[in-house]
Design a protein. Structure first.
Length: 338
């Protein structure tokens, strides 16, 4: 006797498949445009934000990031990132390496990106510096066709038992990409901008299809204001107390995002609150002690997905190593850690 599949289970699978079909544009592959993964701890992943941030700490820095977006929704987005950067005196700037991996639809669509960066440091007087950043990337996008389900695979009683008649496209596409950024900063404020995917590389899985990765434009600015007794100066090596208002703007084709945020630092503890317009409030707590920094943030979704998404979780960790005493001509960037 055949086993009957519950309609709700079938509809759930169809819904997941339909979302992925729209994502990959398998039904009509004439034109589709992707969007970059997002991290909400912007300054805990500095090279991802702006290539001009390479070397801003001066000494070697390792950053690792993990993000789980909308874990309650089938086909969640999970993104990993790891980077290394430092200032190199004889190169008059910083170098950096960034690797990211983004998994969508429980690994159905996987994107791997590796980038090399160089930022040139230019000191303008005694109080202000400018950095120009350049980034070259190689990325590879892979689809697991075996994880996709389609309508012509369904039997009314037995569920998904047939083989789909849809033709399989290329499983992997790769491309070279370039980005650039600029950063200006003093001891108390900073502002910068970046342009990613300058050449808008092709990502279509279909031969002759059109799927350019849209250019992403980023602008960010902020200030660090010492608070507390003694003008907020450090006492016996303890971190100073401060507040840091920030703004971040991003545009990628039709997607526009404006984030307003505030960090408060008290000794080794950092707290943060961001508002991402019409989408989410971001709550953050971090610890910075010696060479180690750790942060956790949670996106409280306020859009129509709020009851179903379970928000987004993000974890960051940085290792800040010591190096030779700095030269007078180098001015480290004073900005939030997360």
């Amino acid at each position: 006797m055949p086993v009957e599949i519950k309609p709700i289970g079938i509809l759930s699978k169809i819904g997941t498949a339909f979302m992925l079909v729209l994502l990959l544009d398998f039904v009509n592959p004439t034109l589709i445009r992707a969007q970059d993964p997002e991290f909400t701890q912007f300054y805990a992943n500095p090279l991802y934000l702006n290539p001009a941030m390479a070397g801003t700490h001066r000494c070697p820095r390792i950053a690792m990031n993990y993000r789980n977006q909308w874990p309650a929704i089938a086909g969640t987005y999970v993104t990993y990132s790891a980077s290394y950067d430092q200032h190199v005196d004889f190169m008059s700037g910083g170098i950096g390496l960034l690797v990211t991996n983004d998994q969508a639809g429980q690994g159905t669509l996987n994107t791997l990106n590796a980038s090399l960066m160089y930022s040139y440091l230019l000191n303008l007087g005694r109080t202000f510096s400018i950095k120009f950043g350049f980034q070259g990337s190689y990325h590879q996008k892979t689809v697991d066709w075996n994880k996709l389900t389609f309508g012509d695979m369904i039997d009314a009683k037995l569920g998904f038992i047939y083989k789909s008649a849809d033709l399989q496209p290329n499983r992997t596409v790769s491309a070279v990409d370039f980005s650039a950024g600029i950063l200006g900063y003093s001891k108390s404020f900073f502002l910068g901008g970046a342009v990613h995917h300058i050449l808008e590389p092709e990502e279509s899985f279909y031969t002759g299809g059109r799927s350019p990765l849209p250019m992403k434009i980023t602008g960010h600015a902020g200030a660090v204001i010492p608070i507390g007794g003694g003008g907020g100066r450090k006492r016996r090596g303890a971190p100073e107390s401060s507040i840091s208002p920030n703004i971040l703007f991003q545009k990628q084709r039709d997607f526009i995002q404006l984030n307003l945020g505030l960090y408060v630092t008290k000794g080794p503890i950092v707290g943060g609150l961001w508002y991402r317009g019409r989408d989410a409030f971001i709550l953050l707590v971090g610890v910075q002690q010696g060479f180690f920094k750790f942060g956790y943030s949670y996106d409280v979704t306020v859009s129509k997905l709020s009851n179903a998404s379970a928000g987004s979780h993000e974890i960051s960790m940085q290792l800040l190593f010591d190096c030779k005493p700095k030269k007078r001509k180098f001015r480290p960037l004073s900005c939030p850690s997360f």
